[in-house]
Write a protein that binds this ligand. Structure first.
Ligand code: MN
Length: 231
């Protein structure tokens, strides 16, 4: 059997402290999962069921990437997020077993073409073109739960050119990691290799060419990217 074009490379994320790689199947993102961010997006932060959107696995880029300013936007935003890597398949996972399915954690930036996302939202159209574009998921090396456990609290922050823009705690997630895993697994069979970006705290804003964007989560890691001219 021959593929008629070269098969795409397997997307992957570095595992911290070694040469191992985590192969990525798909990237699942949670919308509006911190109250203050829901408010800044003009939405009621009431605890509605979580909702999801996705990015392609090959949107992932590593720590240190110079991300080209993306096409078709004039309002390119950062969103710092806790990233969860699924290490074991599961469907209808009970909340009290959800963490058994987590391989580890990382720090990610849900890069967003905010103008395209909001236009789509207001027209009742899919968010894809606002969220699922090339290089839209910088993710730090993963820290295995076997090494760091399952952090339920810790400062999450992001700075642009050294000025802190987002500063919160992952304890403030509206929907916790076990709840997200449980809810998502009712709609799709989660598989080893799935990555979940769990939503961003308040303070999102625009970035431009030349900006240096850094962020981190205490106990998990850090990430830094720069914004390069459009490629
Ligand atoms: Mn997000």
């Amino acid at each position: 059997m021959n593929y008629v074009v070269a098969p795409p490379a397997i997307a992957s994320i570095a595992v911290a402290d070694g040469d191992d790689r985590f192969p990525v199947r798909r990237v699942i993102c949670v919308g509006r999962n911190y109250e203050a961010h829901a408010r800044e997006m003009g939405k009621d932060p009431a605890r509605e069921p979580p909702f999801f959107f996705t990015k392609p696995a090959d949107a992932i880029v590593p720590d240190g990437t110079a991300v080209p300013y993306p096409p078709e936007t004039r309002n390119f935003h950062y969103e710092i997020e806790l990233v969860v890597a699924i290490g074991r398949d599961g469907f209808e996972i009970p909340e009290d077993r959800a963490l058994d399915h987590v391989f580890g954690y990382a720090v990610g930036i849900d890069l967003t073409r905010r103008d395209l996302q909001l236009a789509a939202r207001d027209l009742g159209r899919p968010w894809d073109w606002g969220k699922a574009f090339d290089n839209s998921a910088p993710i730090s090396p993963l820290r295995p739960a076997a090494a760091i456990g399952h952090p339920a609290s810790g400062r999450i922050w992001l700075s642009v050119n050294g000025v802190v823009k987002q500063d919160a705690d992952i304890a403030d997630l509206i929907w916790s990691v076990p709840e997200i895993v449980a809810v998502a697994s009712r709609s799709i069979r989660l598989k080893a290799g799935d990555v979940i970006m769990t939503g961003t705290p308040a303070g999102v804003g625009p970035i431009v060419v030349g900006d240096r964007v850094e962020g981190g989560i205490d106990g998990i890691g850090r990430i830094a990217i720069t914004i390069a001219p459009a490629a």
